[in-house]
Design a binder for this molecule. Structure first.
Ligand SMILES: *Cc1c(COP(=O)(O)O)cnc(C)c1O
Length: 364
């Protein structure tokens, strides 16, 4: 086994992805699903994940190059550009590739109006600021924007009305009802408007269920957006399993320091495992002592500083791990939610940060 040791890799479990799509489909009921694949599909590999997700209605990305990458790899599904175009020059490109922009401010509306003669009209989404105060037109501007968009020859049909929650991961937060109320008021004047508000957290918590399109990201990958639950609580399964090999096992005497800065030393004789993953792979450098690492059926505490290519784990006095064993940094055996909590971050960041040099192995 030691002959075949690999540095960090991620096994991407496509059956888990299909399971999660089914779970989301059930939760969504009659609603349509926009699967969010920004940031390289949350680190899982944009094109492959898009190709596997044949059972969702549309794909959401954040950047034009992500949308074009999908078109170039043969994805024909509707693609929504969640932050819209960043420059007027992108508009004809979007129209030619049938990519649907979100319009979130008046500047974009002017740019779209000024871009005459696009090859074919685009479906557009109109984003409304109901309280996040980042992107979106103000509620008082919606009716004028809606009207203008609906009449533009560059636009196909009426815009889809959307908004985004600031606090959906805290379902009891008062901000959710504030935003829901504003959204309801804004969409009320329209006859059968097409609407969208729920991200993963809102979908799982049952917030905003009356609106047409749900926009799950994290849940697709089997991960819970809530601090106090795991994806498995909703029958979701972790799609990413991040692994690395144990490339050295050694004895360390009490008091002998391990790693950079001599920052940690055991108070008893113990064994240390060296695992071939580090911040160069996207493993968080600030992971503190005690962050769990799963090897051979149990979790061991991370000790010492995370280096570029290695981490060290306290294997204890009674050694049950061998050179060449595979460690799981997060995944099915060790939920990324747990690791994120130990590190003081959110699962989104850990997943997105997985570096390019980490090979993605797709498992059917
Ligand atoms: C990222 C994003 C989502 C998905 O959020 P999750 O919490 O991952 O489900 C939904 N809508 C918009 C506008 C987003 O930017």
């Amino acid at each position: 086994m030691a002959e075949a040791m690999r540095p960090a890799w991620a096994a991407i479990d496509l059956q888990a992805l299909q399971n999660n799509t089914r779970v989301i489909r059930e939760l969504a009921g009659e609603r349509r699903i926009l699967g969010v694949l920004k940031a390289n599909a949350y680190g899982h590999g944009l094109t492959r994940i898009a190709q596997e997700l044949s059972d969702i209605d549309a794909i959401g990305v954040a950047r034009v190059d992500e949308a074009l990458q999908l078109r170039n790899s043969g994805v024909t599904r509707p693609i929504v550009l969640l932050e819209g175009f960043f420059a007027a020059a992108q508009i004809p490109v979007l129209a030619a590739s049938n990519i649907q922009p979100v319009i979130h401010n008046l500047h974009q509306l002017e740019q779209l109006t000024a871009t005459v003669g696009v090859s074919n009209p685009m479906r557009v989404w109109l984003k409304i600021d109901t309280g996040m105060h980042r992107l979106g037109v103000e509620p008082a501007q919606v009716s004028a924007c809606y009207q203008r968009l609906a009449e533009l020859p560059q636009v196909d049909g009426a815009p889809i009305l959307m908004s985004h929650f600031a606090c959906a991961d805290e379902p009891e937060h008062a901000q959710n009802s504030t935003q829901l109320k504003r959204f309801a008021d804004v969409v009320a004047p329209y006859q059968n408007p097409v609407t969208s508000i729920a991200n993963s957290a809102a979908l799982l918590a049952g917030i905003g269920e009356q609106y047409d399109w749900v926009r799950p990201g994290l849940a697709l990958y089997g991960v819970s957006p809530f601090l106090d639950t795991a994806g498995s609580d909703y029958s979701l399964q972790a799609v990413m399993n991040l692994y690395a090999s144990v490339i050295s096992v050694r004895k360390i005497s009490a008091g002998e320091p391990v790693g950079y800065g001599a920052a940690w030393a055991p108070d008893h004789d113990t064994h240390i495992g060296i695992v071939a993953i580090g911040y160069g792979d996207g493993y968080p450098r600030n992971a503190p002592e005690g962050t769990p690492v799963w090897i051979r059926g149990r979790c061991y505490p991370l000790v010492g500083r995370v280096a570029m290519d290695m981490v060290t784990v306290d294997l204890g006095a009674e050694l049950q791990v061998q050179l060449g064993d595979t460690a799981q940094l997060w995944g099915r055996e060790l939920p990324v939610e747990k690791v994120a909590a130990a590190v003081g971050t959110i699962p989104y960041e850990l997943l997105c940060n997985v570096a390019r040099r980490v090979q993605l192995d797709y498992l059917d």
